[in-house]
Design a protein around this ligand. Structure first.
Ligand code: DIG
Ligand code: MN
Ligand code: MN
Length: 379
């Protein structure tokens, strides 16, 4: 019995575009045949996944007629039903078609911005029809090479107008849907707007309906920016804005690799799973565990399914290790020494004139405090 085998209770999901990635890259053609979405759903179910996510055009070809769209969606819904899979998240492809070559929401061409809204409303309708509760926005083309092409302040205004319009659309339709904004610092554009999860968390607070908008941080994207992914996720969790997450792996200083979860910085993957699962006693993340990753270009379809199972098993192994770590008496004893709540009554109380007087009266031995070793190197 494989105690790390994925089950539906783990709530693991994959995008159709991940296990369906044919391996094309800027320097070479596809190495794997394009897969039928229904076959991918059935195979993901066999692997132990719980959910499957999609861009509109991962399922419905760009420009399909209404009747073709309905036929495709009908067949897909039947496959979901037969295989016991759900669609937790949906999103729009606003980055592949040439019309979006200079962005969708931030494009200088109002016809492009209008088409981006049309396409996203249609894709939201599709996502809701398939049962999605989270809608992701990754602004893959929202950025620049020639930065003088538009005032970056105007770009922010256009982005905000697009988000406000679509939030209002969801509310007007009465959809039970939340938005999750995904940041990335560059690629495919030279510099992308809203480059990190931190940028997104502020941007969300400027929206008309910020309560329905959170973030979808991705391991590779924060790592590309040289940032701590765990810290960005922790800030989102603490703000109640971690609505979704894209799990994968990445080596710093490289293109967006979207590697198998845990296959690079295993220590950070462990600390991330520990944070998400709340094994230290913090509030856990309660959303889907989504792998936005794909197999090496060297792999055939057997390798793709090994990759998918590997993502999920690695998460389960790390969760078991995190539970053991935080249950370990030695770890608990050490953790107790690095937390000191003696001044909490003063520090946690917040400001008042009485509190300030009491705080100023506290005698602190600066030299002794400065000289104390923190014990982080204990082996
Ligand atoms: C890339 O990291 C992006 C797209 O694959 C998609 O729009 C989003 C959904 O997770 N991630
Ligand atoms: Mn990525
Ligand atoms: Mn992603």
């Amino acid at each position: 019995m494989d105690s790390f085998a994925p089950t539906k209770d783990d709530r693991f999901s994959f995008g159709l575009w991940t296990v369906g990635n044919p391996g094309r890259d800027p320097f070479g053609e596809a190495v794997r045949p394009v897969q039928d979405p229904n076959h991918l759903v059935r195979k993901l179910a066999e692997c132990g996944a719980w959910g499957v996510n999609l861009h509109d055009n991962d399922l419905v070809p760009f420009g399909a007629s209404a009747s073709e769209r309905d036929r495709i969606v009908g067949e897909f819904k039947a496959t979901l039903e037969d295989s016991g899979m759900v669609v937790p998240m949906a999103t729009t492809n606003l980055f592949s078609h040439p019309i979006f070559k200079d962005g969708g929401f931030t494009s200088n061409d109002p016809k492009v911005r209008a088409f981006g809204l049309q396409k996203t409303m249609d894709a939201i309708d599709l996502g809701v029809e398939l049962g999605a509760k989270i809608y992701v926005f990754w602004g893959g083309r929202e950025g620049t090479e020639a930065d003088a092409c538009r005032d970056p302040q105007e770009a922010m205004k256009r982005y905000r107008d697009g988000m406000n319009y679509l939030c209002s659309y969801v509310k007007d339709q009465g959809y039970d849907l939340k938005f999750a904004l995904e940041a990335k610092p560059n690629e495919p554009r030279c510099d992308m707007y809203l480059a990190t999860t931190g940028h997104m968390l502020h941007f969300i607070e400027t929206l008309d309906h910020s309560e329905m908008v959170g973030v979808n941080p991705e391991v590779a994207h924060e790592t590309m920016a040289g940032l701590s992914f765990t810290h960005g996720v922790a800030q989102a969790m603490e703000a109640g804005k971690l609505f979704h997450i894209d799990l994968n792996a990445q080596r710093i200083g490289r293109y967006d690799q979207d590697l198998r979860f845990g296959s690079e910085d295993l220590k950070q993957a462990f600390l991330l799973v520990r944070l998400l699962e709340g094994t230290s006693g913090s509030t856990p993340y309660d959303g889907p565990r989504h792998f936005d990753a794909h197999a090496y270009r060297t792999e055939d379809m057997d390798g793709v399914w090994e990759f998918a199972v590997g993502c999920m098993r690695t998460y389960n192994i790390l969760r078991a290790r995190a539970r053991a770590f935080d249950a370990d008496p030695e770890v608990r004893a050490l953790t107790a020494t690095i937390t000191d709540d003696t001044l909490d009554p003063l520090l946690a109380a917040g400001y008042s004139s009485d509190n300030a007087a009491a705080l100023r009266a506290v005698s602190i031995d600066v030299d002794a405090t400065a000289a104390r070793g923190l014990g982080y190197e204990i082996s």
